[in-house]
Write a protein that binds this ligand. Structure first.
Ligand code: GLN
Length: 535
């Protein structure tokens, strides 16, 4: 097994996760089996309880682990199927150490960061190497070099390279090379200093990826190579991608990152054939058509809160040769006639998942507008609950229909808690999480789009469609087209008598890849395009 560690320097938000994922794409194209994982130095046990304002989207894995959104990049850019093993936080590390301490496992010894905390960190890498099948593990270390929380991780990795042999390990440092306008120059000093910090700890990066807005000239590369003690050809640039993040592997390949990595780790692999990948990227960059899709949500001002949804829309667009302008609209703007004002001229409406009652009435208004005006509609998780509430209220005449999440005293709890959930009060990991099977109804749109009669999809929610209202809603035209295998939980609802009105209790956005978009997203974008061309 070979090990690559990706650290970040100077500032956060450099796109380390994207660089790691893009490198994964390249190494897979060289025939290697790649495993990706992320170490997050914060003390939360997982990001499941963190606000999207602080942390962006929570990315859910097949086994129900609630993880950092970088794992979404990993799964989209590679074939690696991740589990809770692949995201380790300081919170988990300390939880493990303290549990052992209470159990008496340390036999009266003083429990310390070195070796006890570092042992748990190293243990995780060994565990991944043992349990997952692969040639190389790429581990991204969250945060920035110099952060206090990151130190135990870096120390663990320093020890780790001695254990497995330095020839099997390479550190890649992703750093910022800023351009100072007044001087008209790129500056390498911050990079020198952050690499110096790593070397102080005993870690010497073999490869430096310079994030920059301007091409990194030879002089700057020479300087970085010299001051950071790396070969000149191992200093590469990673400029901002212009059109789409899916260009990242191509850009990094132009700089021969994959070649450098293989050389650094003594891996003999053929040059990657990126023809097919480039074709997909070209289709994202230069589509023949364009549509406008509104995402009506609560965190629309944040780039990262609906990351996987935006990516899934883009990837589904490429499969339809169709670029998508995503119009992000705050749900609170939808009430009092706002829906008509904001949604007129839109080709499709998507309501994402969410928690809490802010913006709910606005989302109901948006769903109503889509249903009544024949605009393609796609609801995800909360989006399905909203579609159900809207239909119950305005088609079935159940005026005050609601989810008990938003109105515990509603006379028509069309979305409710299952009996066995009522006792759960803990907010961390108290939801239906991870992959569950759904069986699809013969003749339904869902069945048609998937092209199969049962699917596995990822979940993250507490509340469920209330079966007591199923007959009434179905009689009025809202078909339950997907259910749990035992038929008790509604997984998909749709309105057959509408150009495209489909909503799902799960999160299909977690299963899209370039060239392999999610079938429901693909169908949704196709419907928006048909609607536009037909209009
Ligand atoms: N708040 C809803 C629930 O808990 C929906 C969750 C979601 O959209 N992820 O059921």
């Amino acid at each position: 097994m070979k090990y690559l560690f990706v650290t970040g320097g100077v500032v956060s938000s450099l796109g380390k996760g994207l660089a790691a994922a893009a490198l994964g794409t390249l190494l897979e194209h060289r025939g290697l089996k790649v495993i990706l994982q992320k170490f997050d130095p914060y003390l939360n046990v997982d990001p499941g309880t963190m606000s999207p304002f602080q942390h962006g989207e929570v990315y859910v894995l097949d086994d129900g682990a609630e993880t950092d959104l970088d794992l979404g990049h990993y799964e989209r850019f590679t074939n690696c199927n991740l589990s809770k093993l692949n995201n380790l936080t300081s919170g988990q590390v300390y939880e493990t150490v303290l549990r052992k301490e209470r159990r008496g496992d340390y036999l009266g010894n003083t429990v310390q960061v070195i070796p006890h905390v570092t042992d748990v960190i190293k243990g995780r890498i060994h565990e991944v190497a043992r349990k997952m099948d692969g040639d190389i593990i790429i581990t991204e270390i969250g945060g920035t070099t110099g952060d206090i929380e990151g130190l135990p991780f870096l120390e663990a990795l320093r020890q780790f390279q001695d254990e497995v042999g330095h020839e099997n390990v390479a550190f890649i440092h992703v750093t910022l090379v800023p351009f100072i306008k007044a001087a008209g120059e790129l500056k390498t000093k911050p990079t020198q200093q952050s690499v110096a910090k790593l070397r102080e700890i005993g870690i010497a990066p073999k490869i430096i990826i310079c994030r920059a807005e301007h091409p990194v000239d030879n002089e700057s590369r020479n300087k970085i190579a010299m001051f950071c003690n790396v070969p000149r050809e191992n200093v590469i640039q990673f400029l901002d991608v212009e059109d789409t993040i899916y260009e990242a592997p191509l850009k990094l390949h132009e700089e021969n990152l994959d070649g450098i990595v293989c050389r650094a780790l003594n891996l003999e692999t053929p040059e990657p054939d990126l023809t097919e990948y480039s074709t997909t990227v070209q289709r994202i960059i230069k589509p023949s058509h364009r549509v406008r899709i509104a995402v009506v949500g609560k965190y629309i001002e944040l780039q990262d809160a609906y990351k996987s949804i935006y990516e899934s829309i883009t990837l589904a667009g490429a499969a339809n040769d169709c670029g998508v302008d995503i119009i992000r609209i705050d749900a609170e703007e939808m009430v009092n006639g706002g829906a008509k004002e904001h949604l007129t001229g839109i080709n499709g409406i998507l309501i994402p998942g969410g928690f809490g009652d802010r913006g709910i009435e606005g989302k109901v208004a948006a769903a109503q507008f889509a249903r009544e005006n024949g605009i393609p509609f796609f609801g995800l998780c909360l989006g399905m609950q909203i579609a159900t509430i809207e239909f119950a209220r305005h088609v079935c005449g159940l005026d005050k229909a609601n989810s008990i999440e938003f109105d515990p005293n509603t006379p028509h709890p069309v979305i409710c808690l299952m009996e066995d959930q009522k006792e759960v009060t803990d907010k961390g990991a108290s939801m239906r999480l991870g992959t569950w099977e759904a069986c699809l109804r013969e003749g339904s749109r869902a069945r048609d789009l998937y092209g199969r009669d049962s699917v596995n999809e990822r979940h993250r929610h507490r509340y469920e469609f209330n079966d007591l209202y199923k007959e009434e809603l179905e009689n009025a035209g809202l078909l339950v087209s997907g259910t749990s295998p035992d038929g008790t939980l509604a997984e998909i609802v749709e309105i057959p008598d509408h150009p495209f009105f489909l909503a799902v209790q799960f999160h299909p956005e977690f299963q899209s890849k370039p060239g392999k978009p999610h079938p429901l997203f693909k169908g949704f974008v196709a419907a928006t395009l048909a609607k536009k061309l037909g209009a």
